[in-house]
Design a protein around this ligand. Structure first.
Ligand SMILES: O=C(O)CCC(=O)C(=O)O
Length: 222
């Protein structure tokens, strides 16, 4: 790693540790965004039409890596895996790849929640990297974070009650295609409906962090 890259990583790490999330601009090249779109979107489309949606969210499809070798390889060893390990200072283990679509006019957002590891008795910490495949902004339902919430304990329920979504600690992750946002499984986040006439597609990769210290551990994964 060059000295410039080390400085950049140090800044990103400081931001992640302070806020519980960090935006990484231009993480994927245009070709990599194209590849992710080609792999994820037609598959998600097929699965949506076969009713594989995640329960109440018709435009969320989890476990895409079970159906596509490229996505499975990305989950295990995509370039973001090394980046996450450098950011967190420890190993990560791939759990799932998910499509989070928000087509134009889909007004159903996703309420405040944490991402956690749901198996009974498994209380390891986790991290998520969310890739924007379209320009995402407040109008089409970008992710929003309660900055610093990774330091508190929140119930693993959806939605978490009594979250002040107008707080000055709320940050909207407005991104361009190829930008990524990385968040701790403990950070409270949500997204709004799509009130624009532009789609909002994203792919998330979820990881557990077996070496996370006890105080950073979480207790469920949705
Ligand atoms: O894309 C969204 O609207 C929600 C994504 C999310 O909650 C996540 O990736 O953890």
């Amino acid at each position: 790693m060059t000295a410039g890259n080390e400085d950049k990583l140090r800044l990103l790490k400081a931001e992640y540790d302070r806020d519980g999330f960090v935006v990484v601009r231009g993480f994927l090249s245009d070709a990599e965004v194209r590849e992710l779109r080609i792999r994820a979107l037609p598959l998600a489309d097929r699965m949506t039409s076969q009713d594989h949606g995640a329960g109440k969210y018709k435009n969320v499809i989890k476990s895409l890596h079970h159906y596509d070798g490229y996505l499975d390889a990305q989950l295990k060893s995509g370039k973001h895996v090394q980046f996450l390990e450098q950011l967190l200072g420890g190993e990560v283990a791939g759990l799932s790849v998910a499509w989070f679509g928000r087509p134009e006019g889909d007004l159903q957002g996703i309420g405040p929640h944490i991402d956690a590891l749901g198996r009974e008795g498994d209380s390891k910490g986790g991290v998520t990297i969310w890739f924007a495949l379209d320009p995402v902004n407040i109008k089409n339902g970008c992710l929003q974070y309660l900055s610093g919430s990774h330091r508190e304990d929140y119930a693993n329920v959806m939605p978490i009650p009594n979250i002040d979504q107008e707080s000055t600690d709320v940050i909207a992750a407005e991104l361009e295609p190829g930008d990524a946002v990385v968040h701790s499984a403990r950070t409270v986040h949500w997204s709004g409906g799509n009130h624009s006439d532009e789609p909002r597609d994203a792919v998330s990769f979820f990881y557990s962090c077996p070496s996370d210290s006890a105080e950073r551990q979480a207790s469920g994964f949705h």
